[in-house]
Write a protein that binds this ligand. Structure first.
Ligand SMILES: Cc1cc2nc3c(=O)[nH]c(=O)nc-3n(C[C@H](O)[C@H](O)[C@H](O)COP(=O)(O)OP(=O)(O)OC[C@H]3O[C@@H](n4cnc5c(N)ncnc54)[C@H](O)[C@@H]3O)c2cc1C
Ligand SMILES: NC(=O)c1ccc[n+]([C@@H]2O[C@H](COP(=O)([O-])OP(=O)(O)OC[C@H]3O[C@@H](n4cnc5c(N)ncnc54)[C@H](O)[C@@H]3O)[C@@H](O)[C@H]2O)c1
Length: 456
């Protein structure tokens, strides 16, 4: 028996908080979860799920010309944006209700409202206060907009799902996951798209071949690029109503020459930051480092009974990671099955067009770590689908191996079904497999994935 209202109070019902609260309750803990917005969090409400549905929607525009080579005559279609937007919101709302019902089925009490610390064992939600033996912070992150003139005219990924009108011209600032994914989505849905980035290529931090091949594919889909721009010179100007487009982005290019891009909607996809300001962390004496909650390997903060998981800790900001951290916390603290997750070799996909997926080390990082013990196998080909469909689409696959035994330390792919293929292939890296294990695996023909087991 404790004198607290709850054994565990979870702040934030997103991917991590939902997973942790249900797992802790399954071990018999008395659990409450506070959510200030819609249950489901970034991934379900304004991230992975509605984004992937938009990716699917954007693929249909390729059908008329791709199917022509296969003998079909499918007329060019038109997009009803409001219908798509509302259908996605209906699905989001179904998932929101489903997650609420999962909480109640798992005996987790939902408390609606934003929570903040009163002291190290007390949390306030509105004018109610709750005490708990342990507290888990899983408040996620929010879009970060740089301090540029006119930045208030740019929207963030959150508003992309709720656009009142579909933009004829769309511009995105940023070359990370979100900018690159939305550039592809909006192009596929019919906008004229310009992506404005600070580097030579999108997706900094990924293997260079991935970066180059994604960008080449995007250019082939008629996405305009401004690369190596001077980000200090960026500004967004609101145009008068007579102007063809609502906004103009002005900036200097690499040579210092002034450039302008007109657009109806500008997306600032310039990174995300942990959502800590409303929490009053100082009331509980919780340490923050580089704008994120500082945690140990087992997700414990500097207060031994307060834990933090997911994007608010800024380790690897992906849904499966937040879920795994949440479950590891609950298993360790309430299930007496202590374990923590490894943040190495986490597979990830960018749902750009072409799609990219990766696990393990890039060639550049592998060479830094292992020098000339690194060997690279690489292939680039036109997938069979396009032999009749036409077009320039290519698939690139790359295998990074180390040492005489040729241990596989990295796998990278750009092209159709990259995410589905790399999810399966990631097992080789996790299990410490070698090139010979791939060689000993019989190919499945005709597939694109078979290239990974037949590369010479
Ligand atoms: C556009 C976009 C696309 C993405 N696509 C992918 C993808 O394809 N694959 C992938 O793996 N990841 C993707 N991500 C990342 C993924 O969404 C996050 O990594 C994941 O949601 C993190 O989970 P979390 O539990 O840490 O936080 P969140 O899911 O953000 O949940 C935090 C919750 O806490 C609530 N909250 C915040 N403060 C308080 C408070 N004080 N009191 C009460 N509640 C509070 C918030 O309202 C929110 O519901 C995407 C992100 C974005 C923005
Ligand atoms: N498919 C997925 O798994 C997926 C999809 C979307 C988001 N996410 C997660 O969300 C996180 C955030 O995504 P993101 O794309 O917002 O961030 P990011 O950190 O991946 O990219 C931010 C981009 O903005 C640019 N930038 C930053 N400040 C700028 C400035 N002042 N001027 C011009 N450019 C500037 C950076 O150079 C970079 O290209 C990702 O790191 C990822 O963890 C994952």
């Amino acid at each position: 028996m404790t004198d607290f209202d709850y054994d565990l109070f979870v702040i934030g019902a997103g991917s991590g908080g939902l997973a942790a609260s249900k797992r802790a309750a399954s071990y018999g803990a008395k659990v409450a979860i506070a959510e200030g917005d819609l249950v489901g969090g970034t991934c379900v409400i304004r991230g992975c799920v509605p984004k992937k549905l938009m990716v699917y929607a954007s693929h249909f525009s390729h059908f008329p010309h791709e199917s022509a080579g296969y003998g079909w005559t499918i007329p060019e279609g038109t997009l009803d944006w409001e219908k798509l937007r509302d259908a996605i919101q209906t699905e989001v709302s179904r998932l929101n209700k489903l997650h609420i019902s999962f909480l109640s089925k798992n005996n987790v009490e939902l408390i609606s409202g934003f929570a903040k610390f009163v002291d190290a064992h007390t949390v306030a939600v509105g004018d109610r206060q709750f005490t708990a033996e342990r507290i888990l912070i899983s408040v996620g992150g929010e879009a970060f907009k740089p301090d540029l003139a006119g930045i208030e005219y740019a929207i963030t990924s959150k508003e992309m799902f709720l656009l009142p009108q579909f933009p004829k011209r769309f511009a995105v600032i940023g070359g990370g996951y979100i900018g690159t994914e939305f550039a592809g989505i909006m192009r596929g849905l019919g906008s004229e798209v310009t992506q404005i980035i600070r580097d030579h290529y999108v997706l900094k931090g990924f293997d260079n071949d991935v970066r180059i091949n994604v960008q080449e594919g995007m250019v082939n889909h008629d996405i305009n690029f401004h690369t190596c721009i001077d980000s200090n010179s960026l500004k967004i100007i609101k145009n008068s109503q007579e102007h063809e487009n609502a906004l103009t982005i002005a900036f200097n290019d690499a040579e210092g020459k002034a450039q302008q891009v007109n657009a109806d909607v500008v997306l600032a996809a310039t990174g995300r930051k942990p959502n800590l300001a409303p929490l009053s962390l100082e009331q509980a004496g919780i340490a923050v480092v580089n704008d994120a909650i500082a945690v140990t390997e087992d997700s414990c903060t500097n207060q031994p009974h307060i834990y933090a998981i997911g994007d608010c800790t800024n380790r690897v900001n992906l849904t499966p990671v937040a879920i795994a951290e949440g479950r590891a916390f609950a298993d360790t603290v309430y299930g007496h099955k202590p374990h923590f997750i490894s943040h190495k070799n986490i597979p990830s996909a960018v749902f750009s067009q072409p799609e990219a997926a990766t696990v393990g080390l890039s060639e550049e990082t592998a060479r830094e770590l292992y020098g000339n013990r690194v060997k690279v196998y690489k292939t680039k080909f036109r997938p069979m689908f396009y032999s009749l469909a036409g077009g320039e689409a290519k698939t690139m696959m790359k295998l990074i191996v180390v040492g005489e035994e040729e241990r596989v330390v990295g796998l990278h792919m750009v092209g159709k079904d990259a995410a589905e293929i790399i999810q399966g292939m990631s097992l080789v890296v996790t299990m410490g497999g070698c090139k010979k294990d791939l060689d000993n695996t019989m190919a499945m023909h005709p597939t694109a994935a078979e290239e990974f087991v037949t590369m010479q």
